[in-house]
Design a protein around this ligand. Sequence first.
Ligand SMILES: [Zn+2]
Length: 346
Amino acid sequence: MSQRDPHQSGESSPLSLSRRRLLTGGLAAGLTGGLLTGLAASGFAFSTLAAQAAAPLAGISQPGALRRRLGKFEITALLDGYLELGPDLIIGYDPAIGEPLRAASFATGPAMRGPVNAFLVNTGDKLVLIDAGTSDKMGPTLGHLPKALAAAGVTPEQIDAVLITHMHPDHIYGVLTPGGLPMFPNAELLLPEADHAFWYDDAALNAAPEMMKGFFLGARHAADAYARRQTRFKAGEEVLPGFTALAMPGHTPGHSGLRIDSDGQSLLILADVVHVPALQFARPEWSVAFDVDPALAAETRNKVLDMASADGVMVAGMHLGFPGFGHVARDGEAYRYVAASWPYAG
Ligand SMILES: [Zn+2]
């Protein structure tokens, strides 16, 4: 984002923003003249506007770290960065249906920009990081999780456990530094058993499409760095106190959601059940090209969204608009995503 948010920049007068927009051609010149004449007539000091407009632009957005409470836990959404997914990566994409959905979400350009989120849970006793971002492996729009973690006031050394929902590059590569060392030297790495079995299966590696082969080697490289402090979990297990693994297969064989419970409150981590919210809540049958089993991924998506909408539980997703907290609503045969409002207080 290149334009500053006036609410965060300390510019208290809405008039200064109006003037800047007007003078940069945002509105018709006639209106500009009208407004400025009106301001002058009301005795408004023009010099005040000019001084405030000189504030420098902030450039790239600040590190993303937003915290909310869940029972006795604190959950901080951490933004690793963003990626772009074009309709060519949506399996079964029908422009007659998809283009109006894209237009309805105010998408511009051919690709849809979406975040890579991770979530840090402070249980009061342990710091648990759910997914780890990309390190330096996916280009300059990603790899910012360490900055987000620092903004949250946490060092990598403090992390007790890194819980991986599935072993794809945008979730597990961040357990390594760019130099290939463990980013979280004191953490135990928790991996879904079924995903570990798949990514270490040489037959699956050999059978994979060429573009996927690197995923196998990268996943192994990342997991191997934690070989001495590694636990593999099965769906249905309480992985850590308050964290229950849920089978959500299809995207990868061991792709796992999580239900986090604390003091009577629950959060459902959807992981990668949805990659493109603007399309897949309305068309849950549309999977993505990097789903290992697209049909099973679609079946899982329908089941999980149905459950989430019936329960009304708060959800969090790794590719839902940052900070990625919201609810799933039923919408006829499909679904609608409702982003959670800012919690304001603990
Ligand atoms: Zn992902």
